[in-house]
Write a protein that binds this ligand. Structure first.
Ligand code: FES
Length: 477
């Protein structure tokens, strides 16, 4: 789509101007010129900034690409915006028993990076449709910490930008199907509190208190939304829904649920207790924030074994989260990086490994992946320690997230995100936040939620005596 931007009396950068016109541009570093993700094609470019030179190739600069957050709009600017639909793999499961609900229902998973909405006909026990889109708050920072910082002075903006597309999707469903009787919302504590319009400042400050501790209802544009409570400031309704989906409270098995998303939340069920925590994995597993990272959509490299395998077999456009994991596993297994994650000599001039002619993984990317993998594995080890059990004692491991069928469990074990003993006991369960929210709609949700909250023990990783040791150990390959 071609767009024409006129300069303002008070000059500002292109990112700000596009935002003020309602366009959502990915900006994981919140416009600081450090992530390189806000680039777009300017048809009449006038300047090249230092940040452009750092993040864009010569070919991209020649073609007119510039970082929008550092591009000053001094005169009329014509640009080209690519719009593409996000495709997230969401296996949606409806419970067998629908007797308790009638009419139409909608379950919503508000993720830090993306939003999924499933609409159901309860009378026919039928899934009508599922839609997905990027969380528009991503333009104001990739992770919850940057959202909390941005919300200090701009809470109303973050509330408005998430409510608007959800509300539009609800209205458009009602136009098509006539009614909508039940709406449940699941998400991490920050996302849910923002949707409710609650302040999130206490989530970023010790003692990290949170407000959404019970099932709450909010009316927006004539519809009532029921929002699922969290378990702590960093373990939200999405994990509570995941615990419902994995049926932790009705089984005596020792089981572990890991959400391989931006917040790396996890829950361990052992002897009628549930231990929960979250880790600062960052957006690496979501496929963004890396040099050639992208979300899981057509053209994303989802697997790499010396050859690139892409979603829908399209021309490679970038690497998504699963592709990142399998690429690093490949580099490690084939001795192309050493145990510290450093490229072997032949790559060190460029500090890049090319998967295709123009798609690569950089030394900086590998460092980001190491941090994320170590964060997740440290979380697992500390939960096991807290429950006083070994990895071998865990009977079922559930991996949730948008990875779906694409994730390689072997690659997760190969790079030590999971202990190797987990390999045969692990399965992917898709979007457990969404499916758990659907289950909660159909059950006596209040009772189930109270039971989970009473069994929960929130574990603070940084307070654990072995936190530093584990974190350093698992940085290695
Ligand atoms: S470099 Fe522009 S938003 Fe990150």
């Amino acid at each position: 789509m071609k767009i024409n931007i006129k300069p303002k009396t008070t000059p500002t950068n292109l990112l700000n101007q596009l935002r003020s016109l309602g366009y959502e541009i990915p900006a994981p570093c919140a416009g600081n010129g450090t992530c390189g993700k806000c680039h777009l094609k300017i048809l009449n470019p006038k300047v090249i900034t230092e940040a452009d030179k750092r993040h864009l190739s010569e070919k991209q600069l020649e073609e007119g690409y510039r970082l929008s957050c550092t591009y000053p709009v001094m005169e009329e600017t014509n640009l080209f915006l690519e719009t593409s639909k996000l495709e997230i793999i969401s296996d949606v499961h409806l419970p067998d028993n629908t007797a308790s609900l009638t009419g139409h229902a909608c379950a919503i998973d508000i993720g830090t990076t993306s939003v999924v909405m499933s609409f159901m006909d309860c009378d026919k026990n039928k899934l009508l449709k599922t839609i997905t889109f990027s969380n528009p708050q991503s333009s104001y920072g990739a992770d919850v910490i940057s959202r909390i910082t941005y919300a200090e002075n701009n809470l109303d903006i973050l509330v408005k930008v998430i409510r608007r597309p959800i509300s539009e999707a609800i209205q458009s469903f009602v136009l098509e199907y006539g009614t909508l009787n039940h709406i449940y919302v699941s998400g991490n504590t920050t996302m849910n509190q923002l949707f409710m319009g609650l302040s999130i400042s206490s989530l970023g400050l010790y003692p990290f208190d949170f407000q959404l501790k019970d099932l709450e209802h909010i009316d927006i544009d004539d519809f009532t939304y029921t929002v699922i409570p969290g378990l702590s400031a960093f373990v939200g309704g999405d994990i509570l829904s995941g615990i419902v989906e994995c049926d932790f409270i009705n089984t005596s098995d020792t089981s572990l649920l890991i959400d391989l998303g931006t917040n790396g939340e996890m829950a361990l069920s052992h002897k009628s207790k549930i231990y929960t925590t979250s880790t600062a994995a960052g957006p690496v597993f979501e496929g963004i924030s890396l040099s050639c990272g992208m979300q899981a959509k057509a053209g994303a490299i989802y697997d790499y074994d010396g050859n690139s395998h892409t979603i829908d077999k399209e021309e490679p456009k970038g690497i998504c989260g699963t592709g990142t994991i399998s690429t690093v596993a490949y580099l490690s297994k084939n001795g192309l990086i050493d145990a510290t994650g450093r490229f072997i000599d032949k790559f060190q001039d460029e500090d890049k490994y090319y998967l295709t002619d123009n798609i690569y993984i950089s030394q900086g990317d590998i460092r980001a992946i190491q941090t994320a993998k170590s964060a997740i594995r440290t979380g697992i080890e500390i939960l096991l320690d807290t429950a006083d059990i070994q990895a071998e004692d865990v009977k079922n491991i559930y991996i949730s997230g948008g990875f779906g069928k694409y994730v390689s469990l072997k690659a997760l074990c190969d790079i030590d995100i999971l202990p190797s003993t987990f390999l045969d006991k692990t399965r992917t369960i898709g979007n457990s936040s969404l499916n758990g929210a659907i289950k909660l709609m159909y059950t006596n949700n209040k009772k189930v939620i109270e039971e989970i909250i009473s069994r929960n023990q929130t574990v603070s990783l940084s307070d654990h005596p072995k936190f530093q040791d584990y974190f350093m150990d698992y940085m290695y390959f």
